[in-house]
Design a protein around this ligand. Structure first.
Ligand code: ZN
Length: 345
């Protein structure tokens, strides 16, 4: 007998944009249309991925981030006090790569709702649980330049307040899970302990829905693959930050596992948390087999209680080929089904 409630499946967040929506295989793609036509195209792409995730058998769906050009700047576009007209070149993630980033020039304030449209589309078209992802404060401030606040913690807390404002509204829209993406946590481990977790707690203040944080080693782009080569035989960044996260109010932690050099026993540092185990590698076009996915779940069960394990992707799939991403969704769900039959009590 299988237990469908065990090892529910979800994805880190993003999915590839169809060629009719934007350029493909890019992190900062150009849209194919504008105005109302673009709004329609974003909605259609969101519906397409809702259906594709449902068909694959994914349990907790996302909008695939089809409405944002980039996972950080997609939020910043809705914030007053940021100059997008005069971007500056900046080394981000501790100078791992250069990006053209906007500049904070005044007090930050939300222009209005950020992800209401996506939340409503999802809620209207699926009965499954839905998740909205937003960039976390530390990752945001590492992806822009500041000419106004003059203090990174103050700036991060200002963003945490805006994220909290949008998160409360998303909860009211019927969103089941709100996730903050903090790849910067794996880069600035000391900051995580001194203020990063505080900022995260501020993002989720007053929420009663499920809350999550995603911490990864980045998309499968060359700069990240090169960086991983410098991290040695064992990646132990999680060791420095998981105890602080275990003490936080966040419900779920999403981490990399498949093909990562992360020692799996570090998951046991997340006592009390639900762990979204990355069982799908987004840096490789090779499709995992259900047996591989189930085996990764099985190994993770040595460190994570069975009722606290969600099978997930390592990171977002935005820059991938669309058909490969679809095949990986199928592998994810098939692998979790197999794991249920193998590891059911
Ligand atoms: Zn990621």
């Amino acid at each position: 007998m299988t237990h469908p409630h065990l090892f529910p499946t979800s994805i880190a967040g993003s999915l590839p944009k169809p060629a009719w929506l934007s350029e493909t295989n890019k992190l900062w793609p150009q849209w194919r249309s504008e105005g109302d036509e673009l709004l329609d195209a974003k909605r259609d792409a969101t519906l397409l991925w809702i259906k594709t995730q449902e068909d694959a058998g994914v349990d907790i769906l996302t909008d695939g981030e089809q409405s944002r050009q980039h996972f950080v700047h997609g939020f910043l576009e809705y914030v007053d006090g940021i100059d997008f007209e005069h971007k500056v070149k900046m080394g981000i993630r501790n100078n791992r790569y250069d990006a053209m980033v906007p500049v904070v020039t005044g007090p930050l304030k939300l222009k209005g709702r950020v992800h209401q449209r996506e939340a409503q589309i999802m809620r209207a078209h699926t009965k499954r649980k839905v998740k909205i992802t937003m960039p976390g404060p530390m990752t945001i401030i590492d992806t822009l330049s500041d000419n106004f606040y003059g203090d990174k913690v103050k700036l991060a807390m200002a963003f945490a307040d805006l994220l909290n404002q949008e998160a409360r509204a998303l909860q009211a829209d019927g969103v089941d899970v709100i996730q903050f993406d903090e790849p910067a946590f794996n880069v600035y481990m000391d900051d995580v302990k001194t203020w990063g977790v505080d900022a995260l707690n501020r993002c989720i203040e007053g929420l009663t829905c499920t809350t999550a944080v995603h911490i990864c080693y980045g998309y499968g782009i060359k700069a990240n693959l090169d960086w991983k080569e410098t991290l040695g035989g064992e990646w132990r960044q999680y060791e420095a930050i998981f105890p602080a996260l275990a003490a936080s109010r966040i419900d779920q932690v999403s981490l990399e596992c498949m093909n990562a050099k992360v020692p799996m026993h570090l998951m046991s540092l997340l006592k009390g948390k639900t762990v979204m185990v990355g069982v799908i590698d987004v840096a490789s076009d090779v499709i995992e087999t259900p047996e591989q996915v189930a085996a990764t779940i099985g190994r993770a069960l040595e460190f994570v209680p069975r009722d606290k394990l969600i099978a997930c992707t390592n990171c977002g799939m935005a820059p991938m080929d669309r058909n490969i991403a679809s095949a990986k969704l199928n592998a994810l769900a098939a692998g979790a089904r197999l794991a249920r039959s193998l590891y059911a009590a």
